[in-house]
Design a protein around this ligand. Structure first.
Ligand code: G6Q
Length: 560
């Protein structure tokens, strides 16, 4: 289908011309029930999308477009385990990881549901042993610290969730995350930890990722500085992977390996055994609540009519701005410090899924696809980049996320946080007109040339769109739902843009590139096989290395 030449697309183009000059604040004046009409709820989550540049007609046309792309069928195909990730010949079944027990699904002869519940049982039993202290380290002590070693999808989700749900941790284990190949990440994480009480989770779907394997090997060296005997690795290193052979080659007992499957994409894997660090930190019951919350959103996404379907609505609003109002980025502003890693997590989820420029038949699209996702928690963000949201050129649609209940009711803090959140969305919508700015300046005693000089700088154009997502509370169930909401939003957009949201060839390239240069950094003679810039950079580093006095094994000296 030629999306940008379809009747549904053209209808949106002309509708945009019709309402281009309409201000959201004017619509509020004429539509008394606007906030009710443009709000939708699912268990624990309320989305108010009334502060958008939309009318009822806009939503009708956007949903027509969604329907015209076969969204209902493609949704069924995903949930039904069809091979929708066709460039990798894989099903996309992260939703099966959070289905309640008692359903049945067979893919390629494998009983998916039975496999999922067997790994969940293994996780539950392992978490029970580690948390209770039954699982002992080599010196007979219980574990106090868990270090998850993984990167990308094997890091961002669990890290974000454990940060978000800190108040729900049982408190007998600390959790740490090492992802970067920069040795400083590992060194700073291990500082203060003791080998005898540290449990490492090596989390890698492929078990071939350079960063993760190198960090794991260095962690094992550090561990052996205390444990000495390699046999002790068995009680301090476990693996989460699809690659049993590589796990065993690394020296991890297959007994201590938690499986998952190639039908779980890396960025969709926190629901699988990749979430082991979450389950250890919160306890298995809390992890189950996270899964139940995601499942509740799966149900909502599958069953709610498009008009009341939160992921569909958010996706189509994104398409409205991206494709019809030329907004190329989307901000995520959680008014919740516990969600400080949520924008980074969503960057991967969204940009790795929909950052694609060719459609499913390989043609370059003549329409924009995945926007740049960015953001930081409020209120901090207000004191930083909100200037651009309010007065910068163009619009940056933004999601404001806030919880009704705080986990830390200290004096006026939560009221102030909430007030700032609501005030910002109101200000972004209303702006400040030239007449209002002039009146303010005059009241402050400005006149003549000085007033005219200042005036344009004091005007806020307004009409800047936001969604407000109000959570009852940031708890495991609701966080699970919130994450699944964004997963499905990304899915819907991928369907409309006719791209494969589930491969990541751009990431695979990154896994290859450094392999060529790494050995050249130790070459005896100058490198000349790249472009002049790359050659010079390599040679500059080679010369620096050669000028350094020889040390012992750099790997071990880090832990001296
Ligand atoms: C996610 C991506 C990517 C991946 C990492 C880690 O969807 O594929 O972020 O998760 O590159 O890969 P491994 O888990 O295989 O180490």
């Amino acid at each position: 289908m030629d999306l940008s030449r379809s009747a549904e697309w053209s209808a949106l183009v002309s509708h945009h011309h019709d309402i281009e000059k309409t201000a959201i604040s004017d619509l509020f004046r004429t539509e008394q029930d606007r906030n009710i009409r443009f709000s939708v709820s699912s268990p624990g989550i309320h989305l108010d999308y009334s502060k958008n540049r939309i009318t009822a007609r806009t939503m009708e046309l956007l949903l027509d477009l969604a329907r015209s792309t076969g969204l209902e069928k493609k949704r069924r195909q995903m949930f039904g385990g069809e091979v929708i990730n066709f460039t990798e010949r894989r099903s996309v079944l992260h939703t099966a990881l959070r289905r309640p027990p008692g359903y049945s699904m067979v893919i390629d002869g494998d009983d998916v549901s039975a496999e999922v519940s067997s790994v969940l049982d293994q996780m539950k039993s392992f978490c029970g042993k580690v948390i209770s202290g039954e699982w002992r380290g080599y010196s007979g002590k219980r574990m106090t610290d868990v270090v998850n070693i993984g990167i990308g999808g094997s890091d961002l989700g669990p890290y974000m969730v454990t940060e978000a749900l800190k108040p729900f941790a049982h408190g007998s284990l600390r959790v740490h995350f090492v992802s970067n190949i920069d040795g400083s990440h590992l060194a700073e994480t291990l500082r203060g930890l003791k080998p005898e009480t540290t449990l490492f989770i090596v989390a890698s779907k492929t078990f071939t990722t350079q960063e993760t394997l190198t960090n794991a090997m260095s962690a094992r060296d550090w561990f052996l500085t205390g444990a000495v005997d390699r046999a002790h690795v068995a009680s301090h290193f476990v693996a989460v992977s699809t690659n049993r052979k590589q796990v065993e080659e690394f020296g991890i007992d297959a007994e201590n390996m938690f499986r998952f499957w190639d039908w779980v994409g890396g960025r969709y894997s926190l629901w699988s055994a990749i979430g082991l660090s979450i389950a250890l930190y919160l306890g298995f019951d809390r992890f189950s609540e996270l899964l139940a919350g995601a499942n509740a959103m799966d149900e909502h996404f599958q069953n709610a009519p498009f008009e009341e379907n939160m992921p569909v609505i958010m996706a189509m609003l994104g398409i409205w701005y991206n494709n019809f109002l030329d907004a190329r980025s989307h901000a995520i502003i959680p008014y919740d410090q516990y969600l400080h890693r949520f924008p980074a997590y969503l960057q991967q989820l969204d940009m790795e899924s929909n950052g694609k420029r060719v459609d499913r038949v390989g043609r370059e699209t003549d329409y924009a696809t995945g926007p740049v996702i960015w953001g930081e928690p409020g209120t901090n963000a207000q004191h930083a980049f909100f200037q651009l949201l309010h007065q910068g050129p163009g619009i940056v649609p933004a999601d404001f996320i806030v919880a009704l209940k705080t986990q830390n009711p200290i004096g006026p803090h939560h009221d102030m946080l909430v007030a700032n959140c609501f005030a910002q969305t109101e200000a972004l919508m209303c702006g400040k007109s030239e007449a209002e700015a002039r009146a303010e300046l005059e009241a402050a005693g400005y006149e003549g040339l000085e007033l005219r000089m200042l005036l344009p700088h004091k005007v806020f154009p307004g009409n800047r769109p936001t969604n407000t997502i109000v959570l009852d509370e940031l708890n495991p169930f609701i966080l699970g739902s919130l994450i699944a909401l964004y997963e499905h939003k990304v899915f819907v957009q991928g369907v409309v843009w006719d791209i494969n949201s589930f491969d990541q060839w751009g990431v695979e390239l990154g896994k290859q590139l450094a392999k060529v240069i790494l050995p050249e950094l130790d070459a005896g003679k100058a490198i000349g096989s790249h472009d002049a810039s790359t050659n010079a950079l390599i040679n500059r580093y080679r010369e620096f290395k050669a000028s350094q006095p020889l040390k012992g094994d750099p790997q071990l000296s880090m832990f001296d």
